[in-house]
Design a protein around this ligand. Structure first.
Ligand SMILES: N[C@@H](CCC(=O)N[C@@H](CS)C(=O)NCC(=O)O)C(=O)O
Length: 215
């Protein structure tokens, strides 16, 4: 029986899960929630996930949230391509890359930029020094991740959980720059990361996962 996948377009966390479901060819019913309509806080969704976050999956009555818990669950529960491939060391490396992407690309690089340009408390003028620091941090980290490529992707010639965590941040950089050119992210990707981004975007299932309002 297909599992239910609750998704919000544009959420980097939810995008991870959609890419993983497709990559593993897990059957699923897509249930898109609207942030604009506050669908995540409606009682029927809160009954499934008291944290009211996407991604959430419901597999045969079992409800699970937190994107990385979901990725690990999918890999254990379903056959098919591995999100955490290889031996214990290779799998640990994928988990390390996941945490590094979340912490250093996401929290230290992107969050200060979006915090100033999109989500500024009180709607005051953005602190462009903070934006510049975030951009510098992001640049360093994208150089780091360029060195972590092992063939086409981060863990070899097939995508892994690490790619499905890193890629949505790269897509988000593009989107931030489109909406806020003052973020100056147009040239943030080093050449190996730009080529890598294109490889992810060429995956046969990629297109359907792209946020429709970003087109
Ligand atoms: N740590 C969570 C983060 C999930 C999250 O923050 N999702 C946001 C969208 S980006 C959300 O659903 N917000 C709606 C809400 O909090 O009601 C994960 O990895 O799944």
């Amino acid at each position: 029986m297909p599992l239910d996948f609750y998704h919000g377009h544009g959420s980097p966390f939810s995008w991870r899960v959609w890419l993983a479901l497709e990559h593993k060819a897990v059957p699923y019913n897509l249930k898109v929630l609207s942030f604009q309509d506050n669908d995540t806080t409606k009682p029927e969704f809160v009954a499934l996930n008291p944290r009211h976050t996407v991604p959430t999956i419901v597999d045969d009555g079992y409800s699970l949230w937190e994107s990385m818990a979901i990725l690990e669950y999918l890999d254990e529960r379903f056959a098919g391509a591995k999100l955490y491939p290889g031996d214990a060391k290779a799998r640990a490396r994928v988990r390390r890359l996941v945490r590094e992407a979340e912490e250093y690309v996401g929290s230290e690089g992107i969050d200060p930029i979006t915090g100033e340009l999109f989500f500024k408390e009180g709607g005051g003028a953005p602190d462009m020094d903070r934006v510049a620091k975030g951009r510098a941090r992001l640049g360093e980290e994208l150089e780091y991740f360029s060195r972590e490529l092992r063939g086409a992707f981060l863990a070899g010639d097939a995508p892994s959980a690490a790619d499905f965590v890193l890629y949505p941040y790269l897509g988000y950089c593009w989107r931030i720059n489109f909406r806020k050119p003052e973020a100056a992210l147009a040239n943030i990707l080093p050449a190996p990361m730009a080529a890598y981004k294109k490889r992810i975007e060429a995956l046969p299932y990629f297109d359907k996962t792209f946020p429709p309002h970003w087109r």
